[in-house]
Design a protein around this ligand. Structure first.
Ligand code: GAL
Length: 379
């Protein structure tokens, strides 16, 4: 039977498709309503090219917007907050008609978005919620709490505490685990952590899981900028501080494939990954190609697949709706409070990938070819 409780489809509630209300004036711009797509430019601001997922996101959004006839101004900000601010300013100055933004720091863009609002430019927050401003019109993402639940569940399944069908497994532990979180200035990091910890906490409380370092708070577990190097360093420090006595690490909660790769490097350097000292069960997110190969090779245990093609589709649909004077369709109007207002959202489902469903989830769907998985890189 196929392992994976991983399919966290959002179910009927999301299928209903509520209609967004609000929009703060976006969508009422008669200039764009009557314009041909060819005469409209959409600014797309992406955080970084160091992660393969954002390269795929940028490429998908750009291709789909161009397909619909729009001009696209796609810029990457090198994970530098002032660069992203400056690039968005520039997009506005150069006459962007709509903005699609994946923020580096979700709280840092208020003055740019004030300027956008002044000019009636609709703003779509892409995967990461832009916080502390009224001037974000729509949010496209995945169910980020469920991503965390899926990560916690994958850790428990990998350790044998849960069975593949979700029932209690035979493994009783105790298992030594360590916990990693994402960048705290990214709203998503908190949703992932909450979902994972709600899943893992009962097993920590009853002693099945032991966090030997004692680092169980999100601030201690955080990884600024989701950096692979920072994660590697923290894993090295944890091994030194808590495992030098010869005890063995059995599992690591990791919220993102780049972080997982840093953790894996630290563990390999410390002699993990041999028959005597197997690699701990390590989770991930994004199904980045390098990590999918690590899963195929039995090094990383799982990742959470977020289909960036579908996310791009939702971002493009939202931009188009605004430019045509309409409101995009939301399927969640409750969850994503950005500190000023609840931002109407379209959330997509996610799926857990393990070694045995790489073929069905990632290859059969055309996301990667078998050759790309074998090579660990895209063509
Ligand atoms: C988050 C995103 C994750 C992962 C991470 C690091 O905002 O939701 O999927 O990509 O950033 O890039």
């Amino acid at each position: 039977m196929n392992k994976k409780l991983g399919l966290t489809a959002l179910g009927a509630t999301l299928a209903i498709g509520l209609t967004a209300c609000g929009g703060e004036g976006a969508g009422s711009n008669t200039d764009t309503e009557n314009a041909a797509p060819e005469d409209l430019t959409i600014g797309v601001s992406m955080p970084t090219e160091t992660s393969e997922r954002w390269i795929a996101d940028g490429a998908n959004v750009e291709a789909q917007l161009e397909e619909a006839g729009y001009d696209v101004n796609l810029l990457y900000a090198g994970d530098d907050i002032p660069t992203q601010m400056q690039q968005i300013d520039q997009m506005i100055t150069e006459g962007a008609d709509a903005l699609i933004v994946a923020a580096i720091d979700g709280t840092a863009l208020s003055s740019q978005l004030d300027a956008a609002a002044d000019q009636g430019i609709p703003v779509i927050s892409y995967d990461r919620l832009i916080r502390d401003t009224e001037n974000v019109d729509f949010y496209v993402s995945f169910d980020n709490y469920k991503v965390g639940v899926a990560q916690g569940t994958a850790l428990l399944t990998g350790l044998g505490i849960l069975n593949e069908d979700g029932s209690e497994g035979t493994a009783t532990g105790p298992f030594n685990v360590e916990l990693f979180a994402g960048s705290l200035d990214d709203n998503n990091a908190h949703f992932f952590w909450d979902g994972a910890m709600d899943t893992l906490q009962p097993y920590i409380d009853n002693g099945t899981l032991v966090v030997k370092s004692g680092q169980t708070g999100i601030e201690q577990a955080a990884t600024l900028r989701w950096s692979q190097e920072t994660a590697q360093k923290r894993m090295e420090d944890l091994l030194t501080s808590s495992y030098s006595d010869g005890s063995v690490l059995n599992g690591v909660l990791s919220p993102f494939d780049g972080i997982s790769r840093g953790i894996i490097t630290a563990l390999q350097n410390a002699g993990y990954g041999t028959p005597e000292k197997p690699m701990p069960v390590i989770t991930g997110q994004d199904a980045e190609i390098a990590s999918v190969k690590l899963i195929a090779d039995g090094v990383q245990d799982s990742t959470i697949f977020k289909d960036t093609r579908l996310l791009a589709e939702q971002a493009v649909a939202a931009a188009e709706a605004y430019l045509e004077g309409e409101e995009p369709e939301a399927n969640d109007t409750e969850t994503y409070d950005n500190g000023v207002k609840v931002v109407p959202s379209y959330l997509l489902p996610v799926e857990t990938v393990y070694q045995d469903n790489i073929q069905s989830v990632l290859i059969d769907s055309g996301y990667y070819t078998a050759e790309e998985v074998a090579a660990g890189q895209t063509d």
